[in-house]
Design a protein around this ligand. Structure first.
Ligand code: HPA
Ligand code: ZN
Length: 335
């Protein structure tokens, strides 16, 4: 059993976070403030205590989209970026990849998307100067909006692919359609040199993870935890060196698993799967990176050396260029 000092030190380790939804990181007070400025009615989004209110995953997605309505301009996204990077830096995150959706940033129009992206990058540059935190973007399509709308997101991704937009991914309702319905968009993104990830095995079972690897050719999987139910798939993930973006607090908050002790992250790690730790939508799920580390250390007895290994795994699976990766690895090495 670790003592309080050891647990505290673990929460202060430098961290690499690979799975965070840009809008999902908006503090409730920030969204309430914008709603007031713009006179947008957000009835039903907040609980009486001011936190986000939702019953289950599908309701979560609709509350998420309702809250996101107040983010209407590039400047709103710049302010959001500043707020979320301050929070991540306060959690000792040194490198972050976030999911940014053209559907919310300009409605799939490439010109509008460029303006949003420019504003986000300016805010990220300022945060890197102020706090040292590095942000890179993964353009994300939204599964329940369907394959045609996803193609518009993929076009935005292709047009802005480079040192900053480093990947393409998919979130949204995993129970809608099949991974392969989105193969056209993922192929476009791959051809533009983008790295690929998709949400799979949060709700769609082990089959969804297998489909993600086989039908979309992703290098990383968002969540992926339900792979534990298929031993042959676990072997495939190990063999292919697929990295899982595991979000334990999110999975418990949405009742994918009843508690952290029942979560398969440790079994996956013991099986040799590359696991990393992220928060997904931290204020929605009442979590932070420091909370995640605290809870994992307490539940599974992970010491600093386990977290160091997990952060190195994350840095090695990051979609950034090798120069940036080297800087991140050097920072991790110093602790
Ligand atoms: N899962 C799937 N889609 C999402 C999520 C999530 O946790 N957050 C925002 N979009
Ligand atoms: Zn997610």
């Amino acid at each position: 059993m670790m003592n309080e000092d050891e647990l505290h030190n673990i929460t202060r380790l430098p961290k690499v976070e690979l799975h965070l939804h840009h809008e999902g990181a908006a503090p409730p007070a920030f969204i309430r403030g914008l709603a007031q400025e713009k006179s947008v009615n957000l009835d039903g989004v907040f609980a009486p205590d001011g936190s986000y209110a939702f019953r289950d995953f599908v309701h979560f997605l609709s509350v998420y989209e309702a809250a996101t309505q107040v983010l209407r301009t590039p400047d709103d996204y710049a302010r959001l970026t500043t707020a979320l990077l301050e929070e991540c830096a306060a959690n000792d995150v040194i490198y972050l990849e976030s999911f940014i959706s053209p559907d919310f940033c300009g409605g799939g129009d490439v010109g509008a998307w460029r303006e949003y992206l420019h504003a986000i990058q300016e805010a990220a540059d300022a945060a890197e100067r102020d706090h040292g935190i590095i942000l890179r973007g993964i353009v994300t399509c939204i599964r329940h909006f369907g394959p045609e709308i996803a193609k518009a997101s993929a076009r935005c991704a292709v047009e802005t692919a480079g040192d900053w937009i480093v990947g393409f991914g998919m979130g949204g309702d995993e129970n809608k359609g099949e991974q392969k319905d989105f193969a056209y968009s993922f192929d476009m993104a791959r051809e533009a040199g983008l790295h690929l990830t998709t949400h799979a095995g949060e709700w769609g079972g082990a089959k969804s993870v297998r489909d993600a690897v086989q039908d979309l050719g992703v290098e990383r999987v968002g969540h992926g935890v339900q792979a534990i139910d298929d031993p042959a798939l676990v072997d495939l993930l190990v063999e292919k060196g697929i990295t899982l973006e595991v979000c334990p607090g999110s999975n418990v908050a949405l009742n994918v698993y009843p508690n952290l002790g029942a979560h398969p992250i440790e079994k996956l790690r013991q099986s040799g799967v590359k696991v990393t730790v992220s928060t997904d939508d931290p204020p929605f799920f009442h979590t932070t990176m420091r909370d995640e580390y605290f809870n994992l250390a307490r539940t599974f007895g992970w010491d600093a050396s386990v977290f160091k290994e997990i952060n190195e795994t994350a840095a090695n699976a990051a979609f950034c260029d090798d120069g940036t990766r080297k800087r991140v690895l050097e920072q991790l090495e110093r602790t």
